[in-house]
Write a protein that binds this ligand. Structure first.
Ligand code: ATP
Length: 217
C-alpha cells in the first residue's frame, strides 16, 4: 500500500505537547508513516512570531528528535516571502507524486478559520484534512462553521481514514483534550513561571539557554 504523510504546520512559538499529541494521535488513527512538522516563516494570518524562525525551527527539531516517524521540514522558514499552506502542499504534491495520501493535520481552531486562508478550497485538491477537536473549538455541530465550510464538511466527511484517497476527504476526530497553548506558555515564561510538563524538557532547556520569552528581551 502507498505510504501516507501527515503535515503539521504551525508557528511553534514554542512547540508543546498539544502539537505533539495531535501528531501522535492522528498518526495512529490514520496510519501515517510519517508526520512532517513545518514551522511557518511569516504566517500570513497572524502577527509576526515573537521568536526568530531559527529558534522556532531548532525547538521543533529538539521536540521530534528520537521519534523516527516525526520529521522537520524547514521549507517555509527558508522562503524569503510569506508562505501559504496551499503553496507548500503544491510543492509536496509535486515531490511525493499524485498517489500518496497526504493529510493536513489541524486543530479545530485552525479548521474553523480555514475560510480565511488563501485559496483554501484548493487545499482539498491537494490533501485530505484531519481535524482534532481542541478545547473550545467544538466540532460536534456545524453551526459554528461558516456556511462554505459547512458545505465542505457535508460533502467530504468520512468516518474513517480507510475511506479516503490521496486527497479530498475530511476526518473529524476527538483527541485527548490538552488545554495547552503557545500563548499561555509565553505568558508564563514572561512572568518567570514554570512551563515544565507543558512541553518537552529539551525544548524548555533550549528556551532557557537562549533566554527566549523573557520580558526584558
Ligand atoms: P498560539 O497560542 O501562539 O496561537 P498554538 O499553541 O495554537 O499557538 P500553533 O503553532 O498556532 O500553536 O498551532 C499549530 C497547530 O496545532 C494548529 O492547527 C492548532 O490548532 C494545533 N494545536 C495547537 N495547540 C493544540 C492543542 N493544545 N491541542 C490540539 N491542537 C493544537
Amino acid at each position: 500500500m502507498e505510504s501516507s504523510t501527515g503535515i503539521l504546520g504551525g508557528t511553534f512559538d514554542p512547540i508543546h505537547f498539544g502539537h505533539l499529541r495531535l501528531a501522535e494521535e492522528m498518526a495512529a488513527a490514520i496510519g501515517l508513516d510519517r508526520v512532517r512538522f513545518i514551522p511557518a516563516g511569516q504566517p500570513p494570518h497572524r502577527a509576526t512570531p515573537r521568536t526568530s524562525s531559527t529558534h522556532r525551527l531548532e525547538m521543533v527539531r529538539r521536540a521530534v528528535a528520537g521519534n523516527p516517524r516525526f520529521v522537520v521540514d524547514a521549507r517555509e522558514v527558508q522562503r524569503p516571502q510569506p508562505s501559504y499552506t496551499v503553496d507548500t502542499l503544491t510543492e509536496l504534491r509535486a515531490e511525493l507524486g499524485g498517489e500518496q495520501p497526504l493529510w493536513l493535520l489541524l486543530g479545530s481552531d485552525a479548521f474553523l478559520g480555514l475560510p480565511s486562508w488563501h485559496d483554501w478550497q484548493r487545499l482539498f485538491e491537494l490533501a485530505n484534512i484531519a481535524v482534532a477537536a481542541r478545547p473550545g473549538g467544538e466540532l460536534g455541530q456545524t453551526d459554528a462553521m461558516a456556511p462554505p465550510l459547512q458545505r465542505e464538511v457535508l460533502k467530504r466527511k468520512v468516518a474513517d481514514a480507510s475511506a479516503a484517497g490521496p486527497a479530498g476527504s475530511l476526518l473529524l476526530r476527538q483527541m485527548t483534550p490538552l488545554e495547552i497553548s503557545a500563548t499561555a506558555i509565553r505568558h508564563t515564561l514572561e512572568r518567570h513561571g514554570s512551563a515544565r510538563y507543558l512541553l518537552p524538557d529539551a525544548v524548555l532547556d533550549y528556551i532557557h539557554e537562549h533566554q527566549l520569552y523573557e520580558h526584558t528581551k
